[in-house]
Design a protein. Structure first.
Length: 80
């Protein structure tokens, strides 16, 4: 048989766990993303640019174009 203070602590712990389990919140609804509004679409011609790459070297649209075009990927760094 459990001692008084231990029994109270165990009962309190069980009550807390049960209360937390029954008050679970539903996750917020996330609106769908309309990719048609997220910048240039596939096949769209982009304007000329001159931007630094990860090494600080300037890159232009013409410098990254290959014989079949270019694939531009924009990545927002988490280190800003």
């Amino acid at each position: 048989m459990m001692a008084g203070p231990v029994r109270i602590a165990v009962c309190a712990s069980i009550a807390i766990v049960m209360a937390c389990g029954t008050s679970a919140q539903t996750p917020p609804t996330v609106a769908p993303i309309d990719v048609q509004k997220l910048g240039p679409q596939v096949g769209t011609k982009v304007p000329g640019f001159s931007l630094p790459d990860q090494s600080g070297q300037r890159r232009t649209l013409q410098s990254v174009m290959g014989p079949r075009g270019a694939l531009l990927v924009f990545f927002r760094s988490a280190d800003w």
